[in-house]
Design a protein around this ligand. Sequence first.
Ligand SMILES: Nc1ncnc2c1ncn2[C@@H]1O[C@H](COP(=O)(O)OP(=O)(O)OP(=O)(O)O)[C@@H](O)[C@H]1O
Ligand SMILES: [Mg+2]
Length: 370
Amino acid sequence: MSPVSVLLIEDNPMDAFDVNEALPAHEGFVVDRATALLSGIEKAMARRYGVTLLDLGLPDSTGLETLREFRARAADVPVVVLTGHRDEQLGIEALRLGAQDYLVKGRDTESIPRAVRYAIEREEAQRRLANATRVAHQQERVAALGTIVAGVAHEINNPLTYIRGNVELSILSLAAIVQHAELEPHLLDEAKEAARLQGAVLEGLDRISKLSRSLRRLTRGDSNERRPVDLSEVAAQVAEIVVAEHAGHLDVKLDLQPVPPVLGDEAEIFQVFLNLLLNAVQALPRGGRVTIRTRHREKRVVAEVEDDGPGIPPEAQPHLFTPFFTTKAEGTGLGLSVSHKIATDHGGTLTFATGGRGTTFTLDLPEAGA
Ligand SMILES: Nc1ncnc2c1ncn2[C@@H]1O[C@H](COP(=O)(O)OP(=O)(O)OP(=O)(O)O)[C@@H](O)[C@H]1O
Ligand SMILES: [Mg+2]
């Protein structure tokens, strides 16, 4: 049995002797003693004992107040109280105040070793239960919040659809007016300006629907559409789109090997590559090199997006996958958190390595059938 350190707070030398006899060193007990409540509390705060045996009649405190005071100051040590024959009732009340057990002096001497070991076990079990309950509550809260966010994101999408439709129609009307009507020159300018403003409205709408899609992705559970997806192919498609937009000042190198398919949602995997590639591009405002690599490694398909940008500062690194963490004026901070969720939903990982010179994000997914 593992050794047990016991703090005995007892002023009466005869009673202390009995307890010491009942808890011999050769059975693994190490007993330390204090003769008053205050010195006992000091000892309990100075080091962690397995259990405290607390006499309720001490020179500086008597009765339940002794236990209350002790627990208030040395809260997480299990306590077994010691009472006399005539105040066994006190022992029972002590249980209600959080004592693990009580022993009647002179009578229960033989039970001391068992009471000590039980008290430790029970306290540990209670602590584990409290922890598990706390974690469960937290998970419930997060799940509830997720449901609310998903609901709100969904509700936002419906009006967005008809706002978008109406704006598009009114742009067409304005275009017709501009083309066909014999307007006063200043009215013509007004109509052109209105069409320009409507264009800006559309851009805003697109940002809102992108945000609400990301939020829904973040709060949704496992994805449903699973088909064989070729990471090299998706990487090439995404690269083509991004390169077309940033041709000139970017050197994008594709190092794509034939890889077995992974089982997944192609649109989501596309989104991961897009997020990683956009981040790489955004890290290189004055140009630079981006390399996209795919490899087959022991039943896994690994894709890397590497840039030779400034790297990610150490203080930002712990927060990259936290929703809404961004260092960009125009960023939503959802790109990496959504990508991370997609990777884990596919049974894979998304990790990064970064230093003074450049950053590499690695998407690692199991090959189909693995
Ligand atoms: N390749 C990279 N190099 C340097 N910093 C990066 C890189 N990728 C991500 N980061 C940092 O991580 C932050 C979070 O990235 P994330 O993609 O989640 O959000 P965002 O790019 O800021 O906004 P969003 O992707 O939603 O438009 C970025 O703001 C940036 O500070
Ligand atoms: Mg991003």
